[in-house]
Design a protein around this ligand. Structure first.
Ligand code: HEM
Length: 419
């Protein structure tokens, strides 16, 4: 997922609505509420972009063909004076990723990508998710305490996705390291402590190595196809006459989109349950509520609070004139707390119905991994509550719960619990 604008802008302190204020980074919802009621289509001078906080505006924007998902220019702008010729391999890989494309390119890619997520394939991966969750809990079961982030929510998708891709164990660490180098640079090119050129060259090399590994796996799967995602995508690309080289872009997209989102959503979900003991009890008494509980965890505190679009032409949203080329931040998290759409939006209610949250987006880019994400989350929470029924915050630990200081990724860096 593209994650530009991770860095605090120089003039952030002068803003009317300071999204980077420490209190807002811990809990953005009071600020979203103020923005929604005072200025729901807000132009933020210091960020240089529009921010939408109403459900109806965000949903309409997600489906608006006048808005582009191609944010490559935003990325290039952040490269300072870097010579882009140095990162041609990197650009070749990331600028083709699906979530950055508009129709008709997006339409053809999405059709291919859907083949990697068939119902049959998803069902065949269920056991991987069960086994991985159990193994991670086996490691801590006798300790009486754990850090949800380091012991469960980070390793879970890191183990699951390479297995779903069918990557041999010996290659998994490399795959994840290269994917992380690529995604980090794409997310925040100016956001590292090292020189941008060094960071860029590192990402470019990772792009070469990542693509070579995927190419090698594709070759193997063509000889011996299985139910893993690389096999499914290879068959789809060949059947539709597409260049197999492009599978690397789809793979980096799926890995980038499927790791931190799940990690953060698990920690946000555990936090929501532990802060609402009545709801936790209700779920423990009636585990069949798990599906609706997971939907409410996503609505109540999504791991993806913003997504960006670029206006392709002049347009008006909520009475505000927006010029072509403007950047628009769609406040998915804010929309999910809009009282015009949700009764008592600040109440965490695991039986909420209907619950038409925008956590997975809407329209043509609706989350491709939503079924897998729901499966991972339901299995993870069901197993967690079954095996550790006395779960509670751990006040004895020196490590206190801390959240990322990021506008775009909402989740915890540390969440100690005992059981
Ligand atoms: C709780 C977890 C997740 C959340 C909250 C989430 C959220 C989102 C959102 C909001 C979008 C829409 C982006 C846009 O409109 O531009 C999206 C797209 C996408 N997601 Fe997820 N996601 C999650 C998990 C996953 C997983 C597990 C995968 C795959 C393994 C995945 C793969 C994708 C892909 C490939 C797209 C791009 C779809 C397209 O452009 O057509 N996501 N996700």
């Amino acid at each position: 997922m593209n994650s530009q604008h991770l860095n605090m802008p120089a003039k952030a302190n002068q803003q009317t609505y300071d999204l980077f204020a420490p209190s807002a980074l811990v809990n953005s919802y009071p600020l979203f509420k103020r923005m929604r009621s005072e200025d729901p289509v807000h132009y933020c001078e210091s960020f240089g972009y529009w921010i939408l906080t109403r459900y109806r505006d965000v949903k309409a924007a997600l489906q608006d063909e006048r808005l582009s998902s191609d944010r490559t220019a935003l990325f290039i702008n952040q490269l300072e004076n870097l010579d882009v010729n140095l990162i041609q391999n990197f650009l070749h890989l990331v600028t083709k990723i699906m979530v950055e494309q508009d129709p008709p390119d997006h339409t053809r890619l999405r059709k291919l990508a859907n083949q990697g997520f068939t119902t049959r394939a998803l069902e065949s991966w269920r056991a991987i998710i069960h086994n991985t969750t159990d193994q991670l809990l086996d490691n801590v079961q006798n300790h009486g305490c754990m850090n949800v982030v380091s012991d469960l929510s980070v390793p879970l998708p890191l183990f699951i996705l390479p297995e779903i891709f069918g990557v041999p164990e010996t290659d998994r660490a490399n795959l994840l390291e290269w994917a992380s180098d690529i995604s980090t640079f794409w997310g925040a090119p100016g956001g590292s402590n090292i020189e941008i050129e060094e960071f860029a060259l590192h990402a470019d090399l990772a792009a070469v190595q990542f693509s070579a590994l995927i190419r090698q796996l594709v070759e193997q799967r063509r000889r011996q196809p299985g139910t893993d995602m690389i096999s499914l995508l290879s068959v789809a690309y060949l059947e539709q006459g597409f260049n197999l080289e492009e599978i690397s872009s789809l793979c980096i997209q799926i890995l980038g989109a499927g790791l931190l989102t799940i990690t953060d959503q698990i920690s946000n979900g555990v936090n929501a349950l532990l802060r609402h003991p009545d709801q936790l009890q209700k779920l423990k008494k009636n585990p069949t509520l798990i599906n609706s509980a997971v939907e409410e965890m996503i609505r109540f505190d999504t791991s993806v609070p913003f997504f960006f679009r670029i206006a392709k032409q002049d347009l008006t949203i909520g009475g505000k004139d927006i010029t072509a080329g403007s950047v628009i931040a769609l406040g998915l998290g804010a929309a999910n707390h809009d009282p015009e759409k949700f009764d008592s939006p600040e109440v965490f209610d695991i039986t909420r119905s209907p619950n038409e949250h925008l956590g997975f987006g809407s329209g043509i880019h609706f989350c491709l991994g939503s079924v897998l994400a729901r499966m991972e989350l339901t299995i993870c929470f069901t197993t967690l509550l079954r095996r550790l029924p006395n779960l509670s915050f751990d006040p004895d630990k020196q490590a206190i719960p801390t959240k990322h200081k990021s506008l775009l990724f909402k989740g915890f860096d540390s969440l100690p619990v005992k059981f």
